[in-house]
Design a protein around this ligand. Sequence first.
Ligand SMILES: Nc1ncnc2c1ncn2[C@@H]1O[C@H](COP(=O)(O)OP(=O)(O)OP(=O)(O)O)[C@@H](O)[C@H]1O
Ligand SMILES: [Mg+2]
Length: 380
Amino acid sequence: MTKEQASELHALSSAVLALNQHLDVREVLRMVVSSARALLGARYAALGVPDDHGAFAEFVAVGVSDAQWQAIGPLPRQHGLLGVMLQDPHPQRLADIRAHPRFAGWPRAHPALKDFLGMPIVSDDEIVGAIYLANKTAPGGFTADDEELLAVFAAHAAIALTNARLYERNHELSVVEERHRLAQELHDAVSQKLFSLRLSASAVATLVGTDPGRARDELNRVQELASEALGELRSVIWELRPAELADDGFVAVLKQHVQVLDRIHDPEVLWRARCVPHLDDDRAAVVVRIAQEALHNALRHAQPKRVTVTLSCRVGGGALLEVADDGSGFDVTEVERTSRRLGLGSMRDRARDAGGELTIASSPGRGTTVRLELPEEHRS
Ligand SMILES: Nc1ncnc2c1ncn2[C@@H]1O[C@H](COP(=O)(O)OP(=O)(O)OP(=O)(O)O)[C@@H](O)[C@H]1O
Ligand SMILES: [Mg+2]
């Protein structure tokens, strides 16, 4: 093996190793592009993944700045030369892309490309994407050796991409399993209660004419069962909430939480978001937890007609959360002095630990407003 071949092999194997460290599909695509670009010494590199409608499902490019990317405009459609490689499994090596019969021009802000090497990524006889390289940094354009090297790399990229897809699919499956578990739980907890409830109700129907005393007892039982079923339902729904915090963004989680509570409780539960505050994950979780406890308290203790959750941005950065009910209100100082319950205390602790401030304004008969103020930066 010549020295040159050895260093090429080394570069290839590092590129391939890098590919397999990622299990997220977008991450793998980005890695494929940047590794291919480094491996072949190209100024520009891109990778396209087709969708089923003649456009790109994904298009990742490197060598172009964000501003340039913005100026170029929408993703390319699969026409022209880029599209050729999504149908034809042969590589394209050109001294000047503009001379190709399928070359169709490019948007104004697009960088000028000249020498070009395009390589389809083939997995199980199917073209799953294509790598596009342009403007080799060394003079003379891409060589036959470059083409061969990129072909080997593309074969590895196909494997890495397939693995990442399988991994994501697995993750989706575990989400499906989780749903099944919850459905099961709902079934066990709630439908059994509803079933008994129906039995008691039909007993009432038969007894009401003949034995009013027992009919009344059965009616009490109906009421009991109904509120138990409601309780079970609420706790299953409760259990569903926090897990989503990580991937969906706390504002979406909070909003959804409010909407669910609105559906399952009698009082109106309103959501108002004035803006999306910037918070790190830990502090976003604090906002969600405090909102949950304040909502829970309002619905459990205040007998309100309406509870309103308002999220806004604090002047100078950070978030402002208000949970206001129009219910019974309570003597905050007295309760905090004497109560052995944990809710109010834990709200205060969480707010303080996150560098924020919690105020509870309430007076008997006048409703309660819990207000959390969290600055963007934690200054302790
Ligand atoms: N929005 C509200 N309206 C009326 N009373 C409230 C409200 N929030 C709290 N309270 C009163 O303050 C008490 C203390 O609330 P706290 O959240 O600490 O405990 P809890 O809700 O009773 O129990 P938990 O520890 O499960 O939260 C409540 O029991 C209730 O009497
Ligand atoms: Mg509470």
